[in-house]
Design a protein around this ligand. Structure first.
Ligand SMILES: [Zn+2]
Length: 168
């Protein structure tokens, strides 16, 4: 656990706001089940205001923005690491995140996914895919359909790599 008072009631999972340089990290946080908003290119001041308003932790690679956020009293992390795996590790270690792709949110928009059967996705995926898989998930916001296709293994490997650093 983080060095927080043990008596403190259980906190909700951290929610994040990522700066324009961290689109890829936002997708990975969503894949691991976290609420990660990524508004793209907006001025620093708006980003900080948005984080305060929505109770989000600011993740950035911009040292100036980081210092500004901290000065204004916003919880923020200057993300370290070169690769996606290293960046994800830096965030997960700082906030003690459980990295589990089984809890994935929609990588595209960040909304929650809900399980769906074949019937529900019949006209949304290629016939070949429909025949090959039984379990599907639909985004509750954008409607994107997901299944554990050939990319699933590489997702697991990437997340394992990110989590691996904590063992040493
Ligand atoms: Zn979506």
């Amino acid at each position: 656990m983080m060095s927080r008072d043990e008596e403190e009631p259980v906190r909700l999972e951290p929610r994040f706001l990522l700066d324009a340089m961290l689109g890829s990290l936002a997708r990975w946080l969503r894949i691991c089940g976290y609420d990660a908003e990524y508004p793209g290119n907006i001025p620093d001041e708006e980003l900080i205001t948005l984080a305060f308003k929505e109770g989000r932790i600011l993740l950035t690679r911009d040292e100036l923005l980081y210092r500004k956020a901290v000065r204004e009293g916003l919880e923020s992390l200057l993300v370290e690491g070169g690769s996606d795996a290293e960046m994800l590790r830096s965030v997960s270690m700082r906030f003690n995140l459980k990295l589990d792709p089984e809890r994935s949110r929609c990588p595209l928009c960040g909304a929650e996914l809900k399980a769906a059967d074949r019937e529900a996705v019949r006209d949304k995926v290629p016939t070949r895919t429909l025949k090959a898989y039984e379990d599907f998930w639909i985004c509750t916001s954008c409607g994107q359909v997901y299944w554990k296709g050939s990319h699933w293994r590489s997702i697991l490997e990437m997340v394992e790599e990110a989590a691996g650093g904590e063992r040493s």
